[in-house]
Write a protein that binds this ligand. Sequence first.
Ligand SMILES: [Zn+2]
Ligand SMILES: [Zn+2]
Length: 252
Amino acid sequence: MGKEKIYMIPVNDAFSINCECAFCYLENNFEKQCIEIVLGESVMEVDARIETNEKGFCRRHFHMLLEQKNKLPYGLILETHLNEIKKHLEKLIYSNFSAATLQQKDRFLKKLLGNQNLNKNKLTGLIQYLENLSVQCIICERIQARMKNYFEVFFFMWKNQKDFQQKVLSSKGFCLHHFNELLKYSLNCLSRKELNNFAEKICKIELDNISRIYTNVCDFNKQFDYRNANNTVTEEIRNSLLNATEKLGKYK
Ligand SMILES: [Zn+2]
Ligand SMILES: [Zn+2]
């Protein structure tokens, strides 16, 4: 715990927000920052662009970049990333034929696909490249690294600040994805005695809040029965589908 102390304020603040998961709140905020940073880098930092050119983004983050108002930075990112992909694919498909003409390349490809063994090896290399490309996203990587800091700071404060612990215990719990992450981090961040105490308390608030949402969703559905037409529907019930989705829906 050194420079991570700077994360104490955002983590502490997130648990003051009335939401279904403070970690989702933190993650969404950092994700927005990342989008801006990546677009900013596209017109400036050469080093960062090398990484962007190679790895690209996951489907969610490609779409988030597309939705931004300023189109030129994304255009520049796409130009270099597409060029990188084009070069890789050409190399994988036409290896040994890099200087050949288009006609020669076509003939080569036909011959290649006619040969069962060659065909299979070539496709395996291609599949491997595409597989790697599909799991790489520089925004997801940065988010993962930042979330690790947030979880570590969470446990530092949980152990050292009683009022923070109280704040967590009066929160609405976590989405299932971050609940799982939290439990996994707890195995490394807490001693055995601390772990028992933590798990008991945290599991209780999580279950209480799942029950709360379940009851609200049941009440939401009941309003469609004509016999309940005159019953008042509270704001909590009206928002229950959104709250349940936030509780269950993975961040991506
Ligand atoms: Zn969450
Ligand atoms: Zn991503």
